[in-house]
Design a protein around this ligand. Structure first.
Ligand code: FAD
Length: 408
């Protein structure tokens, strides 16, 4: 068993940000990151890639190239957590010991939960922005679309970036209009959830966007099957009497957001809560039963919307509290639930939803949060990616400190 002072599971948004920030604060710290993938992605730009407005290449770096200097990279996946013995097991057969553990393996995309989806994804007009393997096909489907039924789906929560399933519907609508296909096209957005967005204040402005684009919103409908060859999508909904009804919809283009859940390795471990997530304190990000374990990002139980923007505010809290814990001190830093979702509503316009725990709107950016703006399109497409690579992944905490402009 190799032992490191800090072991971080996952070299995604959260893992790299925390490692970089720890190294900045305490350069001598012995840190190892366990990450099976050779590629690191800036996933927030996948929406623009699917819309044909951003190159997939620009979202990708070699994991090695985003690794902070002095941090050990272990190319493996964790297969088991043994927090009672401060150890994790790897798929290489090795085990690793730690003084402190950070668990950030992200969320699992459960493609298999929709019957027939895996067999047809990436062909027959069935696309998804949720994976780097399938996102370019979305742009191709849009380009080749000559009119017909375009359907967009969103599963019931949990999911990462809960705005992403509707953003691509708006981009598609804008594309259809610009190409003179609006008269020959129907656009439908099916959500398994009961509302268009989790924060009530953003629902009316988003409903207006959907209406303007001619996107029909159908709530409380779950995608259960896809027949690619016959181009049929099947949804389930409950009738007023509580009966399950099945609805078949023909499609020419189907954008699917897969069901999502906690990674199996977490859900099956002693670290999990009842839902399978790493059970941490919602303010300190420290584990409720194992004080030398921390978790943030999509795999954590933090009850906020799962985004990279949330990770940006969680990471400094985790880092400060982890260092305190290593020094036998109590955690003092607190996360307020901040998260943000840039809602792309057109080619060229974005509305940015920023909020904290309890769905309280908490803008840090200067413009009206309920209005679409061209400035925020620039923020989304140019500023945020540069900020991510150059500041956030480098652990520049001064830039990522939370300064709410006002709370309403
Ligand atoms: P990830 O960044 O996904 O990293 C998890 C890492 O863990 C991966 O590298 C993975 O290989 C690794 N891993 C998995 N299993 C194991 C294992 N067993 N052992 C070791 N390592 C493992 N966020 C925003 O802020 N704004 C947006 O506009 C936005 N839009 C999005 C649009 C789409 C289409 C998608 C897919 C996501 C979007 N997000 C957005 C969400 C954002 O990308 C995630 O919330 C963020 O990446 C979470 O960081 P994470 O570190 O928890 O997970």
């Amino acid at each position: 068993t190799h032992r490191h002072q800090v072991v971080i599971i996952g070299g995604g948004t959260a893992g790299i940000t925390v490692a970089a920030s720890l190294k900045r604060r305490r350069p001598g710290l012995d840190i190892a990151i366990v990450e099976p993938s050779e590629r690191h992605y800036y996933q927030p730009a996948f929406t623009l890639v699917g819309g044909g407005a951003y190159a997939l290449d620009k979202t990708r770096r070699a994991t090695r190239d985003v690794l902070p200097r002095g941090v050990t990279l272990i190319k493996a996946a964790v297969t088991a957590f043994d927090p009672d013995n401060n150890r994790v097991e790897l798929d290489s057969g090795e085990s690793l010991g730690y003084a402190s553990l950070v668990v950030a393996p992200g969320i699992k995309l459960d493609w298999g939960r929709v019957e027939g989806l895996e067999a047809t994804l990436g062909k027959n007009g069935v696309c998804s922005n949720y994976s780097p393997e399938t996102v370019e096909y979305t742009a191709r489907c849009l380009n080749e679309f000559t009119g017909g039924n375009a359907i967009f789906t969103q599963p019931a929560p949990p999911l990462k970036c809960a705005g992403a399933p509707q953003k691509i519907a708006y981009l598609a609508a804008d594309h259809v209009r610009r190409n003179g296909l609006a008269d020959k096209t129907t656009l439908k957005f099916y959500s398994g959830g009961g509302a268009l967005f989790s924060v009530p204040d953003f629902v009316p402005p988003l409903e207006r966007v959907a209406q303007r684009h001619g996107v029909e919103v159908i709530l409380s409908h779950d995608l259960v099957a896809v027949d690619g060859e016959n181009k049929l999508a099947t949804f389930e909904a409950k009738s007023a009497e509580g009966e399950v009804v099945r609805i078949e919809q023909p499609f020419d283009l189907l954008h699917v957001t897969p069901y999502q859940c906690a990674p199996d390795v977490v859900a099956q471990s002693p670290l999990a809560d009842a839902g399978g997530w790493v059970e941490v304190d919602k303010a300190t990000t420290q584990h409720l039963r194992y004080p030398n374990v921390f978790s943030l990002g999509d795999a954590s139980s933090l009850p906020t919307s799962k985004t990279a923007a949330a990770v940006r505010k969680q990471a400094p809290v985790t880092v400060q509290n982890l260092l305190a814990q290593l020094d036998d001190k109590a955690p003092t830093a607190e996360y307020d639930g901040y998260t943000s979702c840039p809602l792309v509503t057109d080619y060229g316009r974005v509305m940015i939803a920023e909020f904290i725990y309890g769905g309280v709107v908490a803008p840090t950016l200067p413009l009206d949060p309920f209005k679409e703006s061209r400035f925020y399109w620039w923020v989304k497409k140019s500023f945020l990616p540069a900020f991510y690579w150059r500041r956030m992944l480098k652990g520049c905490e001064r830039d990522i400190a939370h300064k709410p402009r006002k709370t309403s």
